[in-house]
Design a protein around this ligand. Sequence first.
Ligand SMILES: [Zn+2]
Length: 322
Amino acid sequence: METTNTVQLTLEMPYLKAALALLVVVLAVLATELADRRPVFTAIIQRTILIYAVVDLKCTSLGDHDYTKLIKLKRYLLGKTPYGVPIFDCQATGTIALTYDDGPYEYTIQLLDILKAAGAKATFFITHVTHNTQSIKLLNVIGGSNLAKGPIDDETLPWANIIRRMYREGHQIAAHTWTHPDLQFLSESDRRNEMYRLELALSSLLGVIPTYMRPPYSSCEDACLATMKALGYRVIYYNLDTDDFDHTLPDQIHDSIVIATQGIEAVDVRRGSILSIAHDIHPLTVSNLTVAMLESIRRNGFKTVTVGECLGDAESHWYRKV
Ligand SMILES: [Zn+2]
C-alpha cells in the first residue's frame, strides 16, 4: 500500500506540478489586470498558488525520514480534554486563549516581546512550510505567504530559537502540520506523515511533541479526526475569528481590531471565556491587533492563558516526551 502510494506520487506529482506552475504563471500575468476588480479571480489565484505550493512541497519537502520512533510511541490519551473531537470553546471562566497560526515568522520575536511585557501567555500552532527553492520564493512574492521561510529545525535560521523561546517562556506549542495542506484531501498515510514530520522537528528542538493541533483551513472531518485521535491530538478551533488574514494592510487592520475588541467586550468575564485566532505571519497582527486586544483584555478583566489552561488541562498533558 505504502509502496504503491510512493510510486504514484513519484510518477504523477511532477506532471501535476508542471501543469499547476503553468496555470500559476498565466493567472499571475492576468492578475495585475483583473484582481482588483474581481475578488473571485483573486481567490482562484490564491487557491491555485496554494495547491501548487502543496504539490511542490510534497515533491521535495516531506522526503524520506525514519518515523519508527514516532510510530511506535505509546500515545496515551491522558486528561479530561477529549482527543480527536473538534473543540471550539474554552472551559475556564474569565480566560482568553490567544492563538497564533502559521508561524514562527519574522514578526514572532516582536510578538513574544509584546506578550512578555503584558504578562500574557499564548498558543502557537506551528507549521514548517519549508525550503528555499526558487519556485517557492516566486510563489512567496506572488502569493504574499510565508512559504519561503526555510526549515524550522535548521539551526542556521532564526525559527528554532524562536520556538525554544516560546516554550521556555510558558507559551503553548501546538501542531499545524508540516506543509499546511488541507488534511481532508490527503490519504491516511500522508495525513500521518504531515504530523510525524512536524513531530520529528519539534522533538529535536524541544524533546517533546504536542498533544494539541489545529487543522489548516479548519478542515478536518471524520477520517481526519480519527487520525488525530489515533495520534493523540486535541483538535482546536476557535470562537473568535479576528479575520486578520483578510486585513493585512494599514487601512484594513482596524476592521480586525473592531472585530476582536467587540468580540472580547461581548463576553461577560464572570461567565464566559474566549478562544481567538490570529496569524503571526502578518506584521500588523502583531504590532496593532495584538496590542489592541491586550488592552481590551486588560480593560475587561480577562486572564490571557494558553489553550491548555483555558480548557483546564494540566500542563503535563500538553506534550509527550519522545
Ligand atoms: Zn494555517
